[in-house]
Structure formats: structure tokens, C-alpha cells
Write a new protein. Sequence first.
Length: 137
Amino acid sequence: MRIGFTGTQRGMTPQQYHTVWELLCARRQANGEFHEGDCIGADAQAAYLARKAGFRIICHPPTNDSKRAFFPADQRRPPLGYLDRNKEIVRSTEQMIATPGEVEEQLRSGTWSTIRYAVKTRKTVSIVFPDGSVRLC
């Protein structure tokens, strides 16, 4: 299984962290891949959980290193601009996990933009809200 991730650079709430762990444990399988954007905050937290759950980490780094987490990855893809990188994560995976910083959809948010693109391309998206609740799209 190839799982993609998008989340806020502010990091996950404790409730999101717990729910993402549960989602990853429920989806783990041999040779599972976890695709993430290698940014500070939620990307780094989720990559840590995915590694702990036994996934191979596939890094899709941004061209701008200023907010990179430099999480140790099993494979690194070529750097892309933020929006292109986020679309590449969606295209490279079968389903997405998203941890936005807000409950309401935001127009100028990389996380919400990625969620919209994943839904548009008919990927299964588990949106994990700050309180830990999940909406499946």
C-alpha cells in the first residue's frame, strides 16, 4: 500500500497524532510506502510514526529548504515547488492522510489544496481534524 500524507507545518495536535498512529497501524503491510513532503511539523511527525509502524519512507522534498525537516528517508524524489510536490505525492499514492490545522476548509492552505486535489483525482482521503475525528472523502 502506498499512503500519502499532507499536514500543517505547525504540527499535529496530540489527538491528530494518536489518530494518525491508529490509521497507520490499521494500514500497515509488507512493503508499505509512506510518501511525505519532508517539511517541519506534521510531515516530520507523521514520517516518524510511519517508520515506527514499519513503512518505507519516500520523501518528496520541496525546492525551498527553509522549512525542510530532513527526516531520514528510504528514497528521495527530485525536489519540486510546494504545489507541484504536493500533487506528485497524491499521484504517487493510493490514498491520503491529511492533518489540517483547522476544521473549516481554507483557500490559501497547502494542506487544503492537496486535499482538494486528492478528492478531485478520486483518491481516498482520511482528513484527521485537530480534535482527532476523521472524515473520509
